[in-house]
Design a protein around this ligand. Structure first.
Ligand code: NAD
Length: 488
C-alpha cells in the first residue's frame, strides 16, 4: 500500500492546487492511511470550469460523434489495459472484496464508455423530424446539442462505476465534465485522468477536483455559474442542498438518490433461488448499494422458514482479506459510517426487535482490528414506523415482516418516502407482474436482483431521484434539443 499523493486533474495536468490543504484517505479494512489527497479550493474549481468551457471551443467542440465514440472506446481500452491498477486502487479505497470489484466495479467502469459510444454512434447527435404545420409547408428538424459543462458529483459506494456511468454519456454527447469524487474514494477518478491523456482526449474535457461538500469543492462546483448542469448520485438530503444551488441560474439536474428498498417474497416463489437472490439484495457490498433491500416482506406460510434460511446466508458470509477470492463481505466505508449503522443496530435491540442474527461488531483482530467491520444483521418484530424501517441505513441489514395478502404487501412496499427499486419473488408471473405495476419505484426486478442492461432506464421515483439515465435515456439529460423550422 503506497502513501501516494492524490492530485487534482485540471486542463489535462495534475496539480496540488493552491489551498495547501490535504486530507487522509484511509483503507477501511484496517484504517491505514492509503494516500494524502490535495483539496481543491475556489481557485481550482474556477480553473477547472474555465478549462472545461475553453475545451468546448477547441477540437472537442467540433469533433463528430463518430470520432468521439472512437475516443471513448480508447478510454475503455485504457482502463482495461490497467485493470489491476484500477482494481487495487478501488479495493484500497473501499475495502470491497476482489470477487466483487473484479466482476462489477472495474469491468462496468470500462463498459460505461463503450455502451455510450455505441449509443451515440447509432443515434448520432442530430435527429430529423419532418412535419407540415397547418397551412404552411415547412420542414422541422431537431438538433441535439451538448448542454455544455457538466458537474459530476459522486458517492463512494461504487466509485469508478457510478462516475463513468455519468462521464461516459456526458462525453459521448459532446459535453465537458468536472468530476468531484467522494472524499472517501478519490483514487480511480484521478487515475482516469492519466487514461484520458493517453487516449488523446483533449485537455479540459475531463477534470477532477477533490474535496468535501459544504464549504469545499462540492459546494464551490455546484454553485459555480460556469456549470451548465449538475448530475449527482448520493444522499437525498445532499440532493436537496445541491438543488438549491442549481436553482440559481436555472441549471438542470439529474439525481440518483437514496432508497429504502422493499423486497416481496411470495409463498409460491422458487424458495432456494429466492433466498440466494435476497441474500445478495440485502448483503452485497456490505449493504452499501443504493439498490440493496432493507425491508423484506414475506408471505406468512413461508415466513419462519425464510427467516431461518436468510440467517444461514448471513452467517455464512466470510470477512477478511479483500484479495482472498473466498471473501464475500468487506467492511463499511469508514468508522464514521460504522458508528451510524451501529446506532441503528443498538436502537433496534433497545426497542424490542428480535435480533435474528448479528447486531454488533465482529472480532477480526490482528491487522483488521481497526477496520470498519460490522456483522450482517436481521431483525423481525419492529413496527413499520420505526426509524430502522423508515430511514436508509446503508449497511448489511434488513427487517423481515410477514404479510397475508398481495394488497397488503404492495401497500407496505409503497409506504415510504423513497421509491428506488424493488424485487418480487413468485413463480406466478401474472401475480408478480400485477404487483410490479403497482409498486412506486423506478426499477423493479422479478425473480432477480441487480440484473442490469446498461441501455435500460435507471432512476428513482419519489425522493429517490429526478430523471432517468441509461442508454438513450441519458441523451435526454446530456443534450439540449434545439428545433429548427425551415419554411419551404
Ligand atoms: P453523500 O450525499 O454524502 O455524498 C455524495 C457526494 O456529494 C460526495 O462527493 C460529497 O462530497 C458530495 N457532497 C456532499 N454535500 C455536498 C454539497 N452540499 N454540495 C455539493 N456536494 C456535496 O452520499 P454518499 O454517502 O457518498 O453515498 C451514499 C448515498 O448515495 C446513499 O444515500 C445511497 O443510497 C446514495 N446512492 C444512490 C444511488 C442511486 O443510483 N440512486 C447510487 C449510489 C448511491
Amino acid at each position: 500500500m503506497s502513501n501516494a499523493d492524490v492530485l487534482n486533474f485540471i486542463d489535462g495536468a495534475f496539480t496540488e492546487g493552491t489551498t495547501g490543504k490535504t486530507f487522509e484517505n484511509r483503507n477501511p479494512i484496517n484504517n491505514a492511511v492509503v494516500s494524502r489527497v490535495h483539496e481543491a479550493g475556489q481557485a481550482e474549481v474556477d480553473a477547472a470550469v474555465r478549462a472545461a468551457r475553453k475545451a468546448m471551443d477547441g477540437p472537442w467542440g467540433s469533433m463528430s460523434p463518430q470520432d468521439r465514440a472512437d475516443l471513448l472506446y480508447k478510454v475503455a481500452d485504457g482502463i482495461n489495459a490497467r485493470f489491476d491498477e484500477f482494481l487495487k486502487a478501488e479495493i484500497a479505497d473501499t475495502g470491497k472484496p476482489v470477487s466483487l470489484a473484479s466482476h462489477i466495479d472495474i469491468p462496468r467502469g470500462a463498459a460505461n464508455f463503450k455502451i455510450f459510444a455505441d449509443v451515440i454512434r447509432s443515434h448520432g447527435s442530430e435527429f430529423f423530424e419532418t412535419v407540415t404545420p397547418a397551412g404552411e409547408e415547412a420542414i422541422n428538424y431537431a438538433v441535439r446539442a451538448p448542454k455544455g459543462t457538466i458537474a459530476v458529483i459522486c458517492p463512494w459506494n461504487l466509485p469508478l462505476l457510478l462516475m463513468t456511468w455519468k462521464v461516459g454519456p456526458a462525453l459521448a454527447c459532446g459535453n465537458t465534465v468536472i468530476v468531484k469524487p467522494s472524499e472517501e474514494t478519490p483514487t480511480t477518478a484521478t487515475l482516469l485522468g492519466e487514461v484520458m491523456n493517453d487516449a488523446g482526449v483533449p485537455p479540459g474535457v475531463y477534470n477532477v477536483v477533490h474535496g468535501f461538500g459544504p464549504g469545499s469543492a462540492g459546494e464551490f462546483l455546484t454553485q459555480h455559474p460556469g456549470v451548465d448542469a449538475i448530475t449527482f448520485t448520493g444522499e437525498t438530503t445532499t440532493g436537496e442542498a445541491i438543488m438549491k444551488n442549481a436553482a440559481v441560474g436555472i441549471r438542470d439536474v439529474s439525481f440518483e438518490l437514496g432508497g429504502k428498498n422493499p423486497g416481496l417474497v411470495f409463498a409460491d416463489c422458487d424458495f432456494d433461488a429466492t433466498v440466494d437472490g435476497m441474500s445478495r439484495a440485502v448483503f452485497a457490498n456490505c449493504g452499501q448499494v443504493c439498490l440493496n433491500t432493507e425491508r423484506v416482506y414475506v408471505e406468512r406460510p413461508i415466513f419462519d422458514r425464510f427467516v431461518e434460511a436468510l440467517k444461514a446466508k448471513a452467517e455464512g458470509l466470510k470477512r477478511g482479506d479483500p484479495f482472498d477470492k473466498a471473501t464475500s463481505q468487506g467492511p463499511l466505508i469508514s468508522q464514521e459510517h460504522r458508528d451510524k449503522v451501529l446506532g441503528y443496530y443498538k436502537r433496534a435491540a433497545a426497542d424490542g426487535a428480535r435480533v435474528v442474527t448479528g447486531g454488533g461488531i465482529p472480532s477480526l483482530g490482528g491487522d483488521y482490528g481497526e477496520g470498519s467491520w460490522i456483522e450482517p444483521t436481521i431483525w423481525t418484530g419492529l413496527d413499520e414506523d420505526h426509524p430502522n424501517i423508515r430511514e436508509e441505513i446503508f449497511g448489511p441489514c434488513c427487517h423481515i415482516r410477514p404479510f397475508d395478502t398481495d394488497q397488503e404487501a404492495i401497500a407496505l412496499a409503497n409506504d415510504s418516502r423513497y421509491g428506488l427499486a424493488t424485487s418480487i419473488w413468485s413463480q406466478d408471473i401474472t401475480r408478480a407482474n400485477r404487483a410490479a405495476r403497482k409498486i412506486e419505484v423506478g426499477i423493479t426486478w422479478v425473480n432477480c436482483w441487480f440484473l442490469r442492461d446498461l441501455r435500460t432506464a435507471f432512476g428513482g421515483a419519489k425522493q429517490s431521484g429526478i430523471g432517468r439515465e441509461g442508454g438513450v435515456h441519458s441523451l435526454e439529460f446530456y443534450t439540449e434539443m434545439r428545433n429548427v423550422c425551415v419554411k419551404l
